[in-house]
Structures are given as structure tokens and as C-alpha cells.
Design a protein around this ligand. Structure first.
Ligand SMILES: [Zn+2]
Length: 345
């Protein structure tokens, strides 16, 4: 991948290009940031630049043998490390100590063709202490030709001894207009309204935006959740159980569900309080949103956001998910229907 194909993060790009041009390249880096913002693409672009036979000031050449091999993911000196790379029977998505040991063995074999060997380790912050300690040994005495890029969401999960040997490059979420620009230029088949919703809901992650547009299951889940929220209006408690069930059945998607709920409650604040509302995220549900807004009080959306915030906090504290789903659904229903009592957990 070329640097010119990596979207955004221009400062990080500059740092890496300058380092490569001057020959001051580290043996290890941590690319830290949320999923889907472009950490892996940047790592691939950097790796290709380090191995390119004929680079220019700004990028790899893109046409030499090494570049061609990198682009076809067929370069023996560029390794994207996961457990299955060394043992296809491994199921774990956490980087295991065996994998690190295999990687270490390989690292000490000189590059096949390029001057450099690059190891990219996605999900590196899933390594446990044994795996990290094993990796530490190679970071302490790295072969001259090797660069290891650890891709992580949270660098706090690394041992201080690893952090002291690998500078962190922080990837921040992309701005909404950057995501919109990317999607508009991409080959994904969608219209302007769909791009707008995805850009607003993806929290600065191109990966998430693409998932929203390409993965019909994600779109279906959003629609089902919105219908469940709208169905909470009314005295009948059926809506509570429907929402509870949906939340329970989609525990792995809880962050996404919270994100969708947040967007609806924010939309409701606009609809209730501001005459023009160009900032609305769920514009495709405009009629239902207006109807819903008419059924609730002015302060209600703020209260709904508070409830949501409280339960997403509980989620991060490992409180029983079933209980969270149950109480969250009930409290939202109470707030929407203006009940005086509150359930507590
Ligand atoms: Zn090249």
C-alpha cells in the first residue's frame, strides 16, 4: 500500500516518511488508536516504503519487485502476524505466546530480498504477560534489519518495558467530513443519504462506516433497534421486553447499540429544541423521529442520554449484562412515559 492511498493522519505520515528518508527508523513502534481508523493501512504503507528498492521523497515507487510483492501480499520479508500464521488450527484471536516465539525464531533469519524485514502485529494489546515478556527479548536485542509494528487500541495494556522500547504513534478518529469525503470517493455503492448516516454514526472510523454500508446485518440491527426505541412510547410494557431481548441477543454489539441510541437521543434534542436541524443523524427515520418527539417532554432526551451513559458505564465494569439489558430497557421506558419511579442496580 502506498502512503498516498492511506486516508488522513497526515502528521503521522510525515513522521514516518521523514524517518524513512533520513534512515532513522526504529526497531519497534506502537500504532495506537480505535479500530478502523487506518492503523493497519499506515503500517503496510510504512513497511512497503522501508523495503522499496526505488523510493522517492514522499512515497514508495509502487512498481519495483518488492513493492509489487507487498501489494499482492506476497512479500516474504513483510509478515502480518496472527496465531493462524504459524498454526492454522489455533482459534484464539488474542496473540498467544507460541505465536510470539515462532515470530522471534523467524525474525533472526535475515531478509530474503529486501534490506529490511517488517513484522506487523494487529491486536498486539491482546498479548498476555508471557507473550509480552517473550516479545520483550527481541525488542531488547533486535536484529539490525528488523522493524516491528504493534497495532493496539490501548497502549496501557503493554508492559512498561515494552513501552520504553517502542514509541507510540496515536491515531485519532477521523473528522466526520473526512469520513464523508472518503466514502464519497470509494467504490462502495450507496447514495448521499446513506453516506451521511454512516459518517455520523461511525465515530471517526472508516472501518465502521464501511461495515454500516456494506454489511446488511449491521444495517438491519440498527433498524431493529430504532424500531424498538420508537415502540417504547405507550403504557403497554411490551416495548420494554422487545428492547431487552434485542439487547440481550446482541451483547457483542453493545457498543454499536449504545452508539445508535446516543444518536437518536441527540437527534431528539435537536428536534425538540431547535427549529432547523441539519445535524440530525437518523434523517432517514424523520417521520418516526418527529412522531416520537411529539410524545415526549422537552427534558426527556437529556434524561435518556443520562440513563444510557450510566448503563454503558456499568457495562465497562463487568456488571451482569442480562441485568444491564433489563434495567436499561425499563428505565428508558419509564423516562419516555414519564414515570416517577426508577429501577436501580
Ligand atoms: Zn518500490
Amino acid at each position: 500500500m502506498l502512503f498516498s492511498e492511506v486516508f488522513g493522519h497526515n502528521k503521522i505520515k510525515d513522521v514516518l516518511i521523514r524517518g524513512a528518508n533520513s534512515g532513522r527508523v526504529g526497531h519497534a513502534y506502537i500504532f495506537e488508536g480505535p479500530q478502523g481508523v487506518g492503523r493497519l493501512s499506515m503500517a503496510k504503507a510504512f513497511a512497503m516504503r522501508l523495503m522499496c528498492e526505488n523510493p522517492n521523497d514522499d512515497d514508495s515507487c509502487g512498481i519495483c519487485k518488492t513493492c509489487s510483492q507487498c501489494m499482492s501480499q506476497n512479500n516474504p520479508d513483510l509478515r502480518i502476524v496472527n496465531n493462524q500464521l504459524y498454526d492454522p488450527s489455533k482459534k484464539s484471536t488474542d496473540i498467544l505466546v507460541d505465536t510470539v516465539r515462532n515470530m522471534k525464531r523467524e525474525i533472526y533469519i535475515k531478509p530474503y530480498a529486501a534490506e529490511r524485514k517488517v513484522y506487523i502485529v494487529p491486536n498486539a494489546d491482546t498479548m498476555n504477560l508471557y507473550a509480552q515478556n517473550s516479545l520483550l527479548k527481541v525488542l531488547e536485542e533486535p536484529p539490525e534489519y528488523c522493524t516491528i509494528i504493534l497495532i493496539a487500541e490501548n497502549s496501557n495494556l503493554f508492559l512498561p518495558t515494552i513501552l520504553s522500547r517502542a514509541p507510540i504513534l496515536k491515531f485519532f478518529p477521523l473528522a466526520e467530513n473526512e469520513v464523508r469525503e472518503y466514502l464519497a470517493k470509494s467504490s462502495i455503492e450507496c447514495d448521499a443519504d446513506e453516506i451521511d448516516i454512516a459518517a455520523k454514526m461511525c465515530q471517526g472510523s472508516i472501518g465502521k462506516a464501511k461495515e454500516l454500508l456494506e454489511d446488511s446485518e449491521t444495517g438491519d440491527l440498527r433498524n431493529a433497534l430504532l424500531d424498538s426505541i420508537f415502540a417504547l412510547v405507550g403504557e403497554r410494557r411490551k416495548g420494554i421486553y422487545e428492547l431487552m431481548l434485542l439487547l440481550k441477543q446482541n451483547k457483542d454489539e453493545f457498543e454499536f447499540l449504545v452508539n445508535v441510541m446516543q444518536s437518536v437521543f441527540r437527534d431528539l434534542i435537536y428536534v425538540k429544541n431547535i427549529e432547523n436541524h441539519p445535524e440530525i443523524t437518523n434523517g432517514d427515520k424523520w417521520i418516526k423521529l418527529q412522531k416520537f418527539a411529539d410524545s415526549i417532554g422537552r427534558e426527556c432526551p437529556i434524561r435518556l442520554n443520562e440513563i444510557l451513559f450510566k448503563y454503558s458505564d456499568y457495562f465497562s465494569k463487568n456488571i451482569s449484562y442480562g441485568l444491564i439489558a433489563q434495567c436499561l430497557s425499563l428505565e428508558l421506558w419509564e423516562a419516555i412515559n414519564d414515570r416517577g419511579y426508577r429501577s436501580k442496580i
